[in-house]
Ligand binder design. Structure first.
Ligand SMILES: NC(=O)C1=CN([C@@H]2O[C@H](COP(=O)(O)OP(=O)(O)OC[C@H]3O[C@@H](n4cnc5c(N)ncnc54)[C@H](O)[C@@H]3O)[C@@H](O)[C@H]2O)C=CC1
Ligand SMILES: O=C(O)C(=O)COP(=O)(O)O
Length: 393
């Protein structure tokens, strides 16, 4: 029997979707789903009246109306780290392609297709000097954003015999502990920018970071440095970057977010948002997104939400009803919920609460059924955003 309808948007790897059992329907055409799994397409949660949760199979959630989702009690997940390796695995080769003139070298070889066979090797040896490059080893890498990707990139730089500096204004201890000791973490961004031959961006786009890489940012970089953007296009002020390429202050701009002006500039290399596009990463993201979504739909448990607090509770076998109360994070809500339930003689087996400063989330286990009238009474409180009754069998 179908309990939950899931809509997929974009190509979601089957490895994850296959984990969903018979209680789920999965349909890209579903227009009224309980859950959505999406990659980079835009999603406005207003379009889905019964939506309970959405899982972004990936890192960035700038394509989702997260604030509206919070107001409506819709939980938004992402999959931290699941595609981080894929990004790092592309950024280093792209730097190498620029530094070693590989793109031009490959084009040159292609141009030899019609040269008589006995002349090819002579052409190669006489003209290869034009493609001489420089090495990654010994260069200084500056990583802006030491999250899942930034930490792996910084460590990868050390493994490639680079000097590595990194900056993050809100570093998570988990990530910082994974950094190799050789990486220098600077307290100010300018101290990373001023040291680096190559600056790589690995931070989310949001109202604070949109346009962050402007003329001032670039002026703090070393003359002749290379800028790499595998984070998001709008973090970079394109006009400022193009001007710096023209003046020579930047040697090159390598980006996953092509625009006509960037593609047209001779000092750029672009890829079509390919950072996470590997078989491994797509499988990881799909499995993780589906796991998060199904734990939420079935039990109301939360891991890796970007707008709700993390919370997990395993129900006792005697529990019949799990009541979820999502409320604004204001004082007195636990007392309110327990009072309403107590007034109706409802015996609570377990009450778990977590909050994140915006949303309070309560998992209340009950050994009986729960009348709709009691739920209605809870919902009448203007600080209650949403409730769910999950029937456990
Ligand atoms: N090109 C692609 O296909 C992909 C792009 N991305 C992009 O990369 C971003 C980072 O991904 P993850 O490392 O997985 O995320 P993450 O959340 O683990 O790390 C992001 C880090 O950026 C830091 N940060 C926030 N504001 C900052 C600022 N103003 N300056 C410096 N650091 C700042 C945060 O404190 C955090 O440590 C994503 O938000 C997404 O936009 C992620 C995956 C694939
Ligand atoms: O995870 C991210 O933030 C990405 O940018 C990856 O996007 P994608 O899932 O490849 O469309």
């Amino acid at each position: 029997m179908t309990l939950f309808r899931i809509k997929t948007i974009n190509a979601i790897a089957p490895e994850g979707l296959e984990l969903l059992g018979d209680e789920y329907s999965v349909d890209p055409e579903d227009n009224n789903p309980h859950g959505i799994v999406v990659r980079s397409s835009q999603v406005d949660v207003d379009d889905y009246p019964e939506l309970l949760a959405l899982a972004r199979a990936g890192a960035g959630v700038n394509n989702i109306t997260v604030d509206k989702a919070t107001e409506k009690g819709i939980c938004i997940f992402n999959t931290p780290g699941a595609n981080a390796n894929a990004v790092v695995d592309l950024v280093f080769p792209m730097i190498g392609i620029w530094l070693r003139n590989i793109y031009q070298g490959i084009s040159f070889c292609k141009s030899l297709a019609d040269v008589p066979p006995d002349e090819v090797s002579g052409e190669v040896e006489s003209r290869k000097a034009a493609f001489r490059g420089v090495e990654i080893a010994g260069k200084t890498l500056g990583v802006v954003g030491l999250g899942q990707i930034g930490v792996r990139l910084a460590n990868g730089g050390i493994q490639r015999f680079m000097k590595v500096y990194g900056f993050d204004p809100f570093p998570s201890l988990d990530n910082i502990h994974k950094l190799f000791s050789e990486v220098t973490v600077t307290r100010a961004m300018r101290d990373t920018l001023s040291q680096a031959d190559i600056v790589s961006l690995h931070l989310p786009v949001n109202e604070k970071t949109r346009g962050m890489v402007d003329a001032d940012f670039i002026a703090k970089m070393k003359p002749g440095a290379i800028l790499v953007n595998y984070a998001r296009g709008p973090i970079v002020n394109e006009e400022a970057v193009l001007a710096a390429l023209d003046s020579g202050h930047l040697e090159a701009f390598i980006s996953d977010f092509p625009t006509p002006a960037v593609i047209a500039h001779p000092k750029t290399l672009t890829t079509p948002h390919l950072g996470a596009s590997t078989t491994e990463s797509e499988g990881n993201c799909s499995r993780m997104a589906v796991g998060e979504l199904s734990a939420y739909l079935h039990y109301g448990n939360i891991t890796h939400s970007v707008n709700f607090p993390n919370i997990e509770s395993i129900p006792e076998s005697t529990v019949q009803t799990r009541l979820i109360v999502i409320n604004k994070d204001v004082p007195g809500m636990i007392a309110f919920v327990t009072k309403v339930l107590g007034n109706h003689g409802v015996n609570i087996v377990s009450f778990k609460n977590e909050s994140n400063g915006t949303v309070g989330y309560n998992i209340i286990d009950i050994e009986s059924t729960l009348d709709q009238s009691i739920v209605t009474e809870l919902e009448a409180n203007e600080d209650v955003i949403r409730t769910r009754r999950i029937i456990l069998t």
